[in-house]
Design a protein around this ligand. Structure first.
Ligand code: GRF
Length: 206
């Protein structure tokens, strides 16, 4: 795993950091975050879609959840998402398969405190269907990127990347499965590491 971000020193005697996890679908990354929480506590799971598996996972772990449906207006939607996060008391925001783009207001409200995971080695293959794009372009290697969120899509300071070899007989499903194995290992490690340091960055993102 290549960790590009230089973490500031661990906070002495720190408490758990409260985080909100934003989801849209199956929530396998949410599950990994639930299972490996050490330095953070998930205080809210917020979905833009009702009836998704991620909400079942939250309920099974007794984590409060909310649905904030897309209403066709990015700034109004962002405002409602931010209000739900603030209501939960979360100090940081972890996007885990959240398929909506947040407006700039979210970065203003949680500066340097929004993190995303994306199934490619950014800046390659941003946007939807990153796995399909890697296969279609015959990339020999793709992977996973964890990064701070800025105002562009799948963009912002990179925290860590893991590469995954593409096999000649890979389907989108088989490749995504191997990528997700890496996601489930890297994401909790990075969020624990950030939480240990209070999500404080080196000034680049806060
Ligand atoms: C993951 O592959 C993540 O990288 C991407 O969306 C997928 C979400 O999967 N942003 P899950 O909902 O965590 O299972």
């Amino acid at each position: 795993m290549a960790i590009r971000y230089s973490f500031p020193p661990t906070r002495p005697g720190s408490d758990l950091i409260d985080i909100a996890v934003l989801v849209s679908g199956s929530g396998s990354n949410l599950q990994a975050l639930i299972d490996s929480a050490e330095s953070y506590r998930i205080v809210a799971v917020i979905s833009d879609r009702p009836s998704v598996r991620a909400l079942e996972r939250a309920a099974a772990a007794s984590i409060p959840s909310a649905v904030v449906s897309w209403d066709g207006d990015r700034s109004r939607f962002t405002e409602r998402i931010c209000a739900a996060i603030e209501q939960s008391g979360a100090e940081a925001v972890v996007l885990a398969g959240f398929m909506r783009i947040l407006g700039p207001e979210a970065m203003r409200r949680f500066p340097g405190r929004i993190v995303n995971i994306h199934p490619s080695l950014l800046p390659e293959f941003p946007g939807a269907n990153a796995v399909g794009q890697a296969l279609a372009q015959g990339a020999p290697v793709t992977g996973v990127t964890v990064h701070f969120v800025d105002e562009q899509v799948d963009h912002g300071p990179i925290i860590a990347q893991v590469s995954v070899d593409v096999r000649s007989d890979d389907s989108e499903e088989s490749l995504h499965r191997r990528i997700q194995e890496q996601e489930h290992s890297i994401y909790p490690r990075i969020i624990n590491a950030l939480a240990e340091r209070g999500f404080a960055s080196d000034g680049q993102s806060i």
